[in-house]
Design a binder for this molecule. Sequence first.
Ligand code: FES
Length: 401
Amino acid sequence: MRAEIENSLFAGMRHEQEREGPPEGFPPLPMIPVGRYTDPRFLELERIHLWRRSWLYAMHSDELPKPGSFRMWRKTGAPIIVVRGKDDRIRAFYNACAHRGAPLVENEAGHTQGFFCRYHGWTYDLSGRLIAVREKRDFPGLDMGCKGLKEIRCERLGNWVFINEDRDAPPLLDSLGPIPRHFDNLQLETLRFIGSKSFDIACNVKVLLDAFLETYHLKSIHPQTVDRFLDSRGTFNVLWPNGHSLMATPHRRAEWRDPGAVGMPEIASAERIYAHQNLSYNVYPNLVTPISSTGIPFCLFWPKSAREMTVEVHWFAPEAAQDHELWPTRMANFERILEEDTQFAPRIQESVESGGFEGLVLSYQERRIYHWHEELDRRIGAAVPEDLRVKPLLAPWVEAA
Ligand code: FES
């Protein structure tokens, strides 16, 4: 992150603390129709155009420690093998044999020299190439070079591996806009994977994700935790192209430090803003990360069905912090805050399905949620049902990438 970005964030937070209302010309935000959370037509469009065509965080390269290490990844519904090749490159393939579709991998994770199909014995190497066919004499004209495993786009930001089922998607780093520039002093290549946890919640994925795009709820949901050290009146939101956004919130006291992380080794090159303020990024669509110089949590929001979702938290930290004794406490503290965030979600889901709730009424401070929905409509395109569209309004308030 360059000094001018850091200075603009500090200035933005100061301005937020002092402002009397939204800036001149900011439009009132129309209601977000509740059908976007419940209507099967809309949820199917969202599944196809968003979840199966976005760059999605899959795993850290530490989770595939050596050539031949693999893990199954199923977050979009499709069974996907992510594997480290002999050339150390990480690739992703559908877990589908090109002969008649049997699975190549039957365990959720492990190590292999290649992929052997137990149905009729076709064999593939770690780069997905078909290298052996049993009774090849009975497949005259079979072009083995065209029958490799079907590869899926798989690219990295530092050691973070992202997957996109859209073969025509722009490269990951292009699609992330200014985010890699913000992270350029975090020594991403040196961060290690610490651990992860996941929880299922009985709500549509957007019901919970919304809560992580605003700080309006801090005073009522987190009075004994987050609200004690963050000043939500100073939250400065930045909207970026492709649906990404940032929420910078000042600490109430400049000298405040997370007690669960005091004494932990820091990312030496991280800017002071990461130690002294709360910067939470939304990497569109479903990754929320409040960066800290002592450790980075990725909060990931995954749909399971129309009214069920999974939230995952993955932690990363500098190598020197990897085995620090404070990790169990720190992660438990974070989960306590997550429990506060999730406490109403199943009952909000009941409300959105009840017929007694028409849609979301959003304030200026909650505009990242509107920005998120505008991007969803851009991705779905003309197929969005007329009655469920959100009016595109925020373009003049989006910062250039
Ligand atoms: Fe794999 Fe037949 S389905 S070899």
